[in-house]
Design a protein around this ligand. Structure first.
Ligand code: FBP
Length: 555
């Protein structure tokens, strides 16, 4: 049979990820240090009431010392990969497996298939050395698959407990983003509150980069995915310079926060990059955003540059005030509305919704092209999120900008030529082979999760810090999941969820972008970061994300 492994993957398989020194030394010399009682980031009273068993635990760090007795007893561990794929997931599995085996060769790891639904349906495979050999340092989650099933009912929790208990499993690792780790926190609380002897540890995954805070420096996958998108956007910039005939509108993933768009902007210097958080802060309407983009196009046309690159964050619509209001209303109408659910014709759905919307939202909905109206009415994901990956925001903007330019042309305010191409860079980046940074970081996160489990902890997120330093100097530990929680409106109800980190408009990454954007708008300043390098000079092969360098660096 023909091999499906590329020569690069064969060579890459031998890469040995680096570990923080504390985890690479003798297991008997790892002590557990607890910090003081913690608080949730907001809504403390309500979060404490909802998480009475796991609320307030101290942060944990692994330090030189004597290791607790519990670290030595054998563990049977269940693993689930949850939500969207992110580069490096396989290294989390490899790190977890190797960490468990290092702690005790009798430890075992079982991977549940297809995300949280695997736990409910009791579908799994045993993770072995042999199985892992083909997955080390590769992209994707295909070793066990992933899914977005939300675990929220007592029946689901009981089913999970029954399946795990019957296999003698006492620990569960959930690799996921904010929603999946919210699931992990809820499960940890339920098990503890009901005296079910299963402990839960999470790992911070998402290319969106929005699962971060004071304690979690970055989620895994962000580095690789943004490097892929930046390579592609850089290539598009070069195409612009070569052909000089198109305006490229590129939507990049990032369901809510614009970290991905910002990182691409810092790496590539497109002519326009929209940042949703800035749109929300300034309450810019769709009309104002359209004008801003059209203005850059008109200014460049004066310099005979009828080409350029515009980067658009996938979640933009939800940050435009009139659209946000509309989407919130739609969410409330769409949540459990039996009348709406019965309609299967797109035009009738649009007509039904229009009848029920308030005046402002009716106006906002009517301002959108029919195709976008229909996309906005598509099913929410199991966590209640609009599936922004299915909304053609880049096309919406092209259409709106084209109209505006036509109008300006009539008034002799614009004399250029506008021909646009739309792109969506999303799934292309989620399963790429992890960069050296992600390969190391993911391996360390998984390895560290094994130590958190062995230390007898529950309701913690695996945390590796000090990421701008060489991996040997990274710090390992755990952050209580309840520390990151607040209340948010989902499916028409207030729910405890992990707070998403949005782009900080006062932060260094945004400020650097804001300082340079005028120059990038007019000049042809495109950078070509090129493909991810696994070997070669450190300054091209071992570079952390720009966002992380600016946020955690000294400059
Ligand atoms: P996670 O938050 O689960 O990591 O997923 C993020 C993401 O990649 C978003 O950027 C994107 O909008 C979404 O997943 C797409 O979801 P799906 O894979 O279900 O189409």
């Amino acid at each position: 049979m023909k091999s499906t492994v590329s020569p690069l993957q064969t060579a890459r398989a031998s890469y040995k990820p680096q570990l923080p020194q504390i985890l690479s030394g003798s297991t008997s010399k790892v002590g557990v240090k607890f910090g003081k009682k913690t608080q949730s980031i907001a809504d403390q009273k309500e979060i404490e009431r909802l998480f009475s068993q796991t609320y307030g635990q101290g942060e944990v760090s692994f330090v030189p010392g004597k290791n607790p007795a519990s670290m030595k007893s054998p563990l049977k561990v269940a693993l689930v990969l949850s939500g969207g794929q992110a580069p490096g997931g396989h290294n989390v599995v490899a790190g977890l497996y190797d960490g468990l085996k290092k702690l005790n060769s009798k430890n075992s790891l079982r991977g549940y298939l297809g995300g949280p639904s695997g736990l409910l349906e009791n579908k799994y495979i045993e993770i072995t050395d042999k199985l892992l050999a083909g997955y080390r340092n590769t992209g994707g989650f295909d070793i066990i698959g992933s899914g977005r099933t939300k675990l929220e009912s007592a029946e689901q929790f009981e089913a999970v407990a029954k399946n795990l208990k019957s296999a003698g499993i006492t620990t569960l690792v959930v690799v996921g983003g904010d929603d999946s780790n919210t699931n992990a926190a809820v499960l940890a609380e339920y098990f503890k509150g009901n005296h079910i002897p299963i402990r839960v540890i999470g790992c911070p995954k998402t290319i969106d980069g929005d699962l971060k805070n004071e304690q979690i420096e970055i989620s895994f996958g962000f580095d690789t995915a943004t490097k892929v998108y930046s390579e592609l956007a850089g290539n598009v910039g070069r195409d612009c310079l070569s052909a000089k005939k198109y305006w490229h509108f590129i939507k990049v993933m990032g369901r809510s926060a614009s970290h991905i768009a910002l990182e691409v902007a810092l790496k590539v210097h497109p002519n326009v990059t929209l940042i949703s958080e800035e749109v929300a802060a300034n309450q810019w309407t769709l009309e104002q955003i359209t004008e801003q983009v059209a203005k850059v196009i008109a200014d460049r046309a004066l310099a005979k540059k009828n080409y350029g690159v515009v980067v658009i964050p996938e979640g933009l619509l939800e940050f435009i005030p009139e659209m946000k209001k509309l989407i919130a209303e739609l969410n409330d109408h769409l949540a459990h509305n039996p009348e709406f659910e019965k309609i299967d014709n797109a035009n009738e759905k649009v007509a039904f919704v229009l009848k029920h919307l308030k005046e402002d939202s009716q106006r906002a909905f009517n301002s959108l092209p029919h195709s976008i109206q229909v996309q906005l009415l598509a099913d929410r994901d199991p966590h209640g999120n609009v599936q922004v990956a299915k909304i053609d925001t880049e096309k919406l903007l092209i259409e709106a900008v084209e109209l505006k330019l036509r109008h300006w042309k009539k008034e002799s305010l614009y004399h250029g030529k506008f021909s646009a191409q739309g792109h969506y860079f999303g799934y292309e980046g989620r399963c790429a082979d992890p960069s050296n940074f992600d390969a190391d970081y993911c391996y360390a996160l998984g390895f560290n999760a094994a130590y958190l489990l062995a230390a007898g902890l529950t309701g913690y997120l695996s945390s590796i810090r000090n990421l701008l330093k060489p991996a040997t100097q990274w710090k390992a530990g755990g952050v209580p999941l309840t520390m990151m929680m607040n209340l948010e409106r989902r499916h028409g109800k207030d729910k405890p969820v992990i707070l998403k980190a949005l782009v900080d408009l006062k932060g260094k990454p945004f400020k650097l972008f804001a300082t340079n954007r005028k120059k990038w708008a007019i000049e042809d300043n495109y950078q070509s970061p090129g493909p991810i390098q696994f070997w070669g000079p450190a300054e091209v092969a071992n570079v952390p994300p720009e966002t992380l360098k600016l946020e955690r660096g000294t400059k």
